[in-house]
Design a protein around this ligand. Sequence first.
Ligand code: MG
Length: 367
Amino acid sequence: MKITRIFAHRVELPLVEGCYRWSGGKSVSVFDSTIVGVETDTGLVGYGEVCPLGPFYLPAYAEGVRAGLRELGPHLLGFDPRELSRLNHRMDAALKGHPYVKSGIDIACWDILGKATGLPVCVLLGGRFGESVRLYRAISQESPEEMARKVSSYRAEGYTRFQLKVGGDPDLDIERIRAVRAMLLPSDRLVADANTGWTQHEAVRVVRAVRDVDVYIEQPCLTYEECLAVRRLTDHPFVLDENVDGLDMLLRAKSDLAMDVVNLKISKLGGLTKTRQARDLCVSMGIAMTLEDSWGGDITTAAIAHLAYSTPEEYRFTSTDFNSYVTVSTAIGAPQRQNGFMTTSAAPGLGVSPRFDVLGPRVVEVH
Ligand code: MG
């Protein structure tokens, strides 16, 4: 089997809530997503998706996905998409870095491998653990009262895990954490994700001020060293995200005992092949994970669901259903949340078919 064509469609994903805000005044109201297709000489076509969280979250931006596909695509024509390690080796040889560009192609090739073998991607990634995947809800940065109100309303929809966007004014963040925790049951999990937004002294103040509150602290500061310093001054469970972008940082953080949970995002690591490698290493090292991506719609949500399903339940801290945050459905067959959980289709591959009428014209075409 040979890759004969790589193409992409751009699609806008407006948010149901109108806007998503996080640390440092950053916000997005319409996500710019790229749906990637990989076509083969057998007629099988696989699909992937890459959707950066705006151009200011990770070193990634939406137009960069498309430019990167035009650069990388010609190097992959003629390759067998089922040989995932070989394909990734080729991608890394042809384009240094830019993991998010490679992610959509890698996901699409897993979809092809599933369709070619008649197996769902979760089975190919290791098997299906449990009946469903528990979801968290990210809560956009607002006033403490508004965030508490939203948590209460999402809780009524079945969510039991919440990730608060903090990383703003530390005094207000302390109020946000307290106001939201007060709405929850003891068994609910709350994460305060500062998304690198606090300086070290601010982070130390916040963790001291909420010492009596049951809350996880995620990525308080910009650098790994600052996060490690805060980690050593708090007894809250600790999550690293932005700093862990590959196996070297994962091993370093494990060695330093710098985290209890790590956030693995598919496009941050460069696709399902590399995320599976990191996931398997985390399972071997006993580190629980948030398994997700930077953002996306139906295809990203399907990829997350297959990745999470194939991870032992005790190591799945949370995942999220990005397709329920946006107003546009871009594919048929994607997971749909039910009472705070999602399941995958048992169909071969990712189990999704793009809605081309929603996607509009092709913006990348390599053949
Ligand atoms: Mg995070």
